[in-house]
Design a protein around this ligand. Structure first.
Ligand code: GLC
Length: 424
């Protein structure tokens, strides 16, 4: 068996091990539930060896969709005492217990990729036709609930919603959020060394927001008015825009028309029009925006490359980003670091403050490829390849040493390797 085939088998074993019956947990112990963007990305891995299981992953995720259209960030299908905060803290009493926020909506983009790869076209057509109305409702939820002022740039209410929990991009915006005063016990530190996780101070503020959403009875207009944390997350906006374009394509392919699809088109146009608000002429880079101070989040993070994925960077911007990626790749041995290695906030082993994440590299590389920078995409591909070959399928990787960090036998790392880098 070739090395690629052995690694592919190892990836397959990870997905099988993390399969909790129709959905895949990111890793056992640390994350014992179904996470939104993890699941979508994990389906890319399943697709390589079990098509029905790939579609099932997405169907189970959609089974937790709220009536207003939101697909939650975590679905608590079964109880577990190895994770905090669980369903009681979130207090959202829905048909499937869940959190009350969402996560980067990569789902429609994944559906499009699965459609292209499907061998069982009957299963594909049935599944996608049944899924499209829910997908449209979920995108319209983002645009309606999270962009009530029609800016084209949706608003995130919580760092967990970005999927990049403790990114230094959020530091200043999060400081405005009060800390909870009640006692709680974190469970993540039972699994992972504290040096690789967010600080208590950040957790106190994350939990304040969770409490606030509960007190507001999850009513978006009230939260929008009163939430002390409101951010235009450049990564979320880019992933949503790419997914909306992919969803519009899917609707065309499957002859789905109507008001919903027209609204998606109108919103996508608005995003293109207003994206320049997240570009800094000073740094020549895209930044998220703190809507309360009305300023761009200062620190450069890997999120700033993602507009390329969505075709939201113009030619000159793309050229700056290509140069920037080369500089980042030269500044840390492993890449792309989640925070610019030249920033004082850079910590190569701490979660979203420096480590490399495979699924983000995949999206950044796709962005460069789509923008005509094949050489940069290829370099990112090669650097990513080194990581799991040398250090195996960890949650994320130290950007200086490559050492695996966080959870081991991690589903999305295995799935990205199987989808992007390995041959079955
Ligand atoms: C962490 C990550 C988030 C991911 C989750 C499960 O919270 O920051 O992006 O979805 O773990 O893997």
């Amino acid at each position: 068996m070739s090395e690629d085939q052995q690694l592919f088998k190892a990836g397959q074993a990870i997905l099988n091990k993390n399969d909790f019956g129709g959905y895949t947990v990111p890793t056992q112990g640390l994350y014992p539930f179904q996470w939104n963007w993890d699941s979508a990305i994990t389906a890319l891995g399943w697709m390589k060896f079990n098509e029905p299981r790939a579609w099932q992953e997405l169907n189970v995720l959609m089974s937790g969709q709220w009536d207003d259209g939101m697909v939650p960030h975590i679905l608590f299908h079964k109880d577990s005492d190895t994770y905090f905060p669980g369903p009681d803290v979130w207090g959202a009493d829905k048909k499937v217990k869940s959190t009350s926020i969402s996560q980067p909506p990569v789902l429609s983009s994944v559906v499009k990729i699965l459609c292209e790869q499907a061998k069982d076209t009957q299963l594909r057509d049935q599944t996608v036709m049944a899924m499209l109305p829910g997908l449209i409702r979920s995108h319209l939820w983002w645009y309606r609930d999270r962009d009530p002022e029609n800016t084209g740039l949706v608003v995130s209410y919580h760092p967990w919603e970005s999927g990049m929990d403790n990114s230094p991009a959020w530091d200043e915006a999060l400081e405005r959020v009060p800390k909870v005063t009640w006692e709680y016990q974190r469970r993540d530190l039972n699994h992972i060394d504290a040096s690789e996780r967010p600080h208590k101070e950040q957790y106190d503020r994350y939990l304040y927001l969770v409490d606030l959403f509960k007190h507001k009875q999850f009513q978006s207009p009230d939260i929008y008015r009163d939430c002390p944390y409101k951010v235009n997350d450049v990564s979320l906006i880019s992933i949503l825009h790419r997914a909306t374009l992919d969803l519009i394509d899917l609707c065309e392919q499957f002859n789905v028309t109507g008001q919903g699809v027209d609204q998606l088109k109108a919103r996508a146009t608005l995003t293109v029009h207003n994206m320049h608000q997240l570009w800094s002429e000073k740094t020549h880079f895209f930044h998220s925006k703190d809507l309360i101070s009305n300023t761009l989040c200062r620190v450069k993070t890997n999120a700033g490359f993602l507009p390329l994925l969505a075709g939201l960077a113009n030619k000159a911007q793309a050229q700056h980003l290509a140069k920037e990626a080369q500089t980042w790749m030269a500044a840390s041995k492993y890449a792309i670091a989640s925070t610019d290695p030249r920033e004082p906030q850079y910590e190569p082993q701490r979660y979203w403050r420096g480590p490399v994440w495979l699924h983000i590299n995949w999206m950044i590389a796709l962005g460069f490829e789509r923008s005509g920078y094949r050489d940069v995409a290829e370099q990112i591909h090669n650097k990513t390849d080194m990581l799991f070959r040398e250090f195996k399928f960890f949650e994320y990787f130290n950007a200086d040493t490559g050492a695996g960090c966080g959870g081991n036998d991690f589903s999305w790392t295995a799935a990205i390797a199987m989808h992007w880098l390995l041959k079955p």
